[in-house]
Design a protein around this ligand. Structure first.
Ligand code: GTP
Ligand code: MG
Ligand code: ZN
Length: 318
């Protein structure tokens, strides 16, 4: 039977079938996918074939081709990589300026990963109710920056969601919610679904950091009529994937020369660099370096670019 993976605990998977039922499924230990090194062979959003044995247990026997996937390398465990989700139509990064503070480096690493895997991304700035006047100005300049690069941004308070605009962005697509722990991913999910379905948790008062409340990924249907749709269906059902908060975001298998391709404005301006293999780190005739000096490229973006370049130098993520 064909099914869609909607839950992943690490040891077993929840699979949703065409007839609307869901079953717990297992994967043989030797199940491997050619060409991808990851700690999880099957991910949320995967389309799989499931066979039921006589003892009633369900086994995933085949993985259908993925349209895309987002994979991350943990910044701590240098060789472990993890597929966050497959076949996603949009990645929504939840960002909070305060409580907890999301760094621009984190934002840019996430966006660069989405560019690398060709997943459309948007940014939802959450907890704007907690911001001071001054912080609201900071918010608006950040929004301006990312909008100018072509990313849609939204400013919300998931706890007091009244905006239909933000609900509409989740229609007819599979959306991945990602971000640091404690930014309000599960809270937003509950607000959109209109019911308390995912567990949420307070952030620590001492460090203003999340406590990793969500421990495994799960995909939720936006409405009751949401059903299994095959990958080639032009109007997919609406699903939202809630994921555990992540700390760092390491890019995978990236060549030094490629890093600039995943920063839209750097890619654009790099055409004017004197050398085609310019890494934009002070080479003569570097148009990117000049654009940073002229304030045409945001310093925060350039610093994020350099930090990823630095990773590839150290061979950290390969
Ligand atoms: N003031 C305010 N608090 C919020 C808002 N959204 C979420 N919170 C609070 O932030 C805390 C963390 O929210 P969660 O939804 O658990 O965060 P999460 O991103 O799912 O965290 P992990 O599951 O650990 O990754 C909870 O105490 C929420 O009530 C908001 O818009 N405003
Ligand atoms: Mg959560
Ligand atoms: Zn250059």
């Amino acid at each position: 039977m064909k099914g869609l993976v909607i839950k992943s605990t690490g040891t077993s998977y929840g699979v949703h079938f065409e007839d609307g039922t869901t079953a717990e499924c297992h994967v043989k230990g030797n199940f491997r996918i050619r060409g991808i090194r990851s700690t999880n062979p099957i991910a949320i959003g995967d389309h799989v074939e499931v066979t039921q044995l006589e003892d009633g247990t369900n086994w995933i026997t085949e993985l259908y081709d993925r349209k895309n996937y987002i994979i991350r390398r943990s910044t701590n465990l240098s060789y472990a990589s993890h597929i966050i989700a497959a076949n996603v139509d949009m990645a929504a990064l939840i960002v909070t300026l305060r409580h907890p503070e999301t760094s621009t480096t984190f934002i840019d690493r996430f966006l660069a990963t989405c560019e690398a895997y060709r997943v459309p991304a948007c940014i939802l700035f959450n907890k704007v109710d907690l911001l001071t006047e001054e912080e609201l100005l900071e918010l608006s300049s950040l929004r301006q920056l990312y909008e100018s690069l072509g990313y849609s941004t939204y400013a919300i308070s998931a706890l007091q969601l009244k905006n239909d605009e933000v609900k509409s962005i989740f229609q007819n697509r599979i959306t991945l919610l990602s971000g640091n722990s404690g930014v309000g991913k599960s809270t937003l999910l509950n607000a959109i679904l209109g019911k308390d379905i995912a567990r949420t948790g307070a952030i620590s008062s001492a460090h203003h950091k999340g406590m990793h409340t969500t421990t495994f990924s799960e995909m939720y249907p936006l409405n009751n009529s949401t059903l299994y749709t095959s990958l080639d269906n032009p109007t997919p059902s609406s699903w939202i994937i809630d994921t555990p908060g992540i700390k760092g975001f390491g890019l995978l298998d990236i060549e030094k020369e490629e890093v600039g391709h995943y920063f839209r404005e750097i890619f654009e301006i790099a055409r004017e660099c004197r050398y085609s293999n310019c890494l934009h780190t002070g080479e003569p005739g570097c148009a990117v370096y000049q654009a940073v000096a002229d304030g045409k490229i945001a310093l925060s973006r350039y610093e994020s670019y350099l930090s990823i370049l630095d990773d590839t130098n150290e061979g950290k993520y390969r």
